[in-house]
Ligand binder design. Structure first.
Ligand code: BDR
Ligand code: CA
Length: 307
């Protein structure tokens, strides 16, 4: 059965690809935006660009313009000033359905069964929704997050951007008691990297979506190499979509995961208990492995469907 999802995002190159994949593999009930890779006005415009480019029948609702307690921080070094640097920016005619992403999330979960939340940006909107309407926690089928790490961070030695950018929100979400909480952290997404071969394959496909994706990846791969010397650039956010649609590609382990909200060197770290005898509840299915080749094949197949 095709899953019903709400994507909560901050596009963002990899968010844009997650939307492309979700447009083919899921039933998107709505896209909600949050301040993250770029300020909210830009992440929202970028989400509208994607829905118009792909001709998606999905409303865009703008959400939180700042984190719960810390100052807003963006990821210009990875995604450029616009959040989606690289391709020519198309003119768009679509507009947001509302500026109340949190209300949209609550209402949609209350009126639909078995929804998956797929947050791939800072967790501000989801935390606000949980705080305002705790009943939604038991109503969702699950939450599939791109965020955190069972290993090294990216913004700091220990913290991944989405959790670091709003650690208080992340802490609320990890502690909420969702019956299924899947975590695609950096330890996983760094196994799902893009390279020149993928970009060439996308250009060969030659449709509007795949060419836009290729232009996005040219920028994203170059900016990744400049900052990290890594060969492949991790395609983070699509992993959270694939974990819902193709769980067989992943190796999961049940873990206790807590968020460090005020460490001197560890703010925004996801503390993953890997001892195996801890006393905390196992609140999270942490992803440790992915079949990259199969995942990339699915990426190409879904993008070819836009022709
Ligand atoms: C996450 O941060 C953002 O820059 C990406 O879009 C992804 O969601 C990776 O740390
Ligand atoms: Ca993102």
């Amino acid at each position: 059965m095709t899953p019903n999802i709400i994507i909560d995002c901050d596009p963002g190159h990899d968010d844009a690809i997650a939307i492309m994949m979700a447009g083919q593999l899921t039933n998107i009930l709505g896209i909600t935006t949050v301040s993250g890779n770029a300020p909210l006005s830009l992440t929202t415009e970028n989400a509208l660009i994607m829905t118009e480019l792909l001709n998606l029948d999905a409303e865009v609702h703008a959400g939180a313009s700042r984190p719960l307690m810390v100052a807003p921080r963006h990821a210009e070094e990875a995604h450029g000033r616009s959040g989606l640097d690289g391709p020519d920016r198309p003119e768009i005619s679509r507009e947001v359905a509302s500026n109340d992403a949190v209300g949209f999330i609550i209402e949609t979960i209350r009126t639909n069964d078995d929804i998956w939340l797929v947050p791939v940006g800072p967790l501000t909107n989801i935390a606000l929704a949980v705080r305002q309407a705790p009943d939604i926690v038991d109503r969702v089928a699950g939450v599939s997050i791109m965020g955190g790490s069972a290993g090294a961070g990216n913004v700091t030695a220990t913290a991944e951007f989405n959790v670091w950018a709003d650690p208080h929100a992340a802490s609320i979400v990890f502690d909420a008691g969702f019956k299924k909480l899947l975590m695609a952290g950096l330890n996983l997404t760094h196994q799902f990297g893009i390279d020149e071969q993928l970009i060439a394959d996308l250009r060969t496909l030659g449709n509007r979506a795949s060419l836009f994706a290729a232009d996005l990846f040219d920028f994203y791969l170059a900016s990744h190499r400049k900052r990290t010397h890594g060969q492949r650039a991790p395609l983070h956010d699509p992993c959270a979509v694939l974990a819902v649609t193709h769980p067989e590609l992943f190796e999961f382990q049940s873990r206790s995961v807590r968020v460090e909200i005020d460490g001197a060197h560890t703010r925004g770290m996801t503390v993953v208990d890997e001892r195996g005898w801890g006393e905390e509840p196992l609140n999270c299915e942490v992803e440790y492995g992915v079949d990259r080749d199969q995942g990339m094949k699915i990426l190409l197949q879904t993008l070819s469907a836009y022709s």
